[in-house]
Design a protein around this ligand. Sequence first.
Ligand SMILES: [Zn+2]
Length: 606
Amino acid sequence: MNLHRPAVELDPASLLGGWQALNATATIPHCLDNIRRTGVLANFSRLAEAGAEAPQGKFTGFWFADSDLYKTLEAIGWEMGRTGTDQWAAVLAEAADLLERVQTSDGYLNTYVQGTAGVEPFEHLEYSHELYCAGHLLQAAVALHRGGKDKRIFAVARRVADLIVNALGDDRPLIDGHPEVETALVELYRETGEQSYLRAAEQQIERRGRQILPTGGFGSAYYQDHLPVREATEAMGHSVRQLYLAAGVTDLYLENGDESLLHAMEQLWDSAFGSKMYITGGHGSRHRDEAYGDPYELPPDRAYAETCASIAALQWCWRMLLATGHARYAEEMERALYNAIAASMATNGTAFFYSNPLQLRTGHDGSTEDSPSERLPWYDCACCPPNLARLLASLHGYAATSDTTGLQLQLLSAGTFASDTLTAVVETGYPWDGDILVTVSGQGELAIRVPTWAAGASLAVTDAKVIAEPVPGEYVRVSCEDGATIRLTLPMRPRLVRADERVDAVRGCVAIERGPLVYCVEQADLPDGVLVEQLRLDPSATITEERDQDAVRLRFAAVARPLETELYKAYQPDSPAGTPITVTAIPYHAWANRGPGAMRVWLPLA
Ligand SMILES: [Zn+2]
């Protein structure tokens, strides 16, 4: 496969394009305010001002606080590339000034290590996140460099990368407890052509699984140091670390073509997406260690499902898509994007979930465990909000692929998609509407991904020859003349979905999906006196649709069972019937926008 990123402009009136616009006007400025407010910038300025003297005050925040700045800079870089804006020129100049002044003459740069007495570089990589932070700096630098306006931060990042190459070669074979630098080094290699960066990424990856890191109380899987990457084919340990490492390994395969790496990644993907993923695209069910659980251990109420894990899963799927061209990877990107990732941000773009459960019990208070019943403006461990900012600023880059034959539409959205030979203008109200009209200029093959749920999809073309009819889970392929039009119609009727019975926590329940969206029921939509916990769904009942501005809500008949008074009682084959009620379901990503309240995705059957 040799797939590339074509030029894409998402329609700002589309759901995805709207999120990008909101990110630019609300989320990025909010991240900048908060990295200033929480002392992230002060960690740099106190070192810059100290020069060769001992710095005043203390380092603030977690060891990886530098990465909050770097992720925000990356978001700015993509946003500059997307729109040409220079509204953050002063911020970039300030950041470049600080980075240049804090970086040592040998290229080292980390405000926790440099700003904490008695801590030496690369001494405690099991927890220090030094290469993790370096990776985020490299990624920011690449984004800013491609955005076309920056040379200074790029030069700082190259000195950091050169230091990694020189200081952590074969004579000092260390790895970081949190993977991230691997994929960053590969991207910097792509940007510069500097082979030593690719070699450093390869070293980092090949060193994994040899118990280099002390495990403390966490165990080596937490650090992704339990098995070499070709043998580590079950998704394990801290989910974000697992998924970032997988993205890095897939990046390495894309550059060196080592099939044993791809083979291992395909097995790992089957584990992660085949038995350990939530229906919303959430990953990592365990609160303890933010980790993957056993296969099918997917409790909806105790789901950890960190926002960063779904972002990392999307980034890995993109690389697997580039490596193989298989539609399933794009489908999982779409699942994560419209459900777990979309749910993590409030409609104003300035409040966020860290953890993304699929059920909130009546009266639940998770405020002490980063799993509140409402989105918060920021977190002490602030990894998720700026991660969302960098993803949304680069979202258009995940929407399509191109190769020498033409163009493949991966995320179905209104917008303009241009490869070297073909430009496709897509008009659609997707994901609310299944009608997708494509007008083509130029000549070549257009492929449109048909989701697995779209049985019965239909196709009409003018000035084009159909090569492959729509089949769920594959691409409909059309050979286009200049001016061709293609109309793909996807059936959008709501569907009831059940889980593998081994997901014991939701056995006997169904979820409702419509198009790529998972739905949920919230307390706010129930009649007075009925709790979410009392609901039972009648699977034979008709589900009707209601347009609410642009969104679609669902209405259906259900039963409210009486609340029970005893925790345990003698089993009876017949249970009390309950009261018929009509229930409204809303897209899962819109939950908790009307204040705190109980919610559930999985509904027991009547
Ligand atoms: Zn996070």
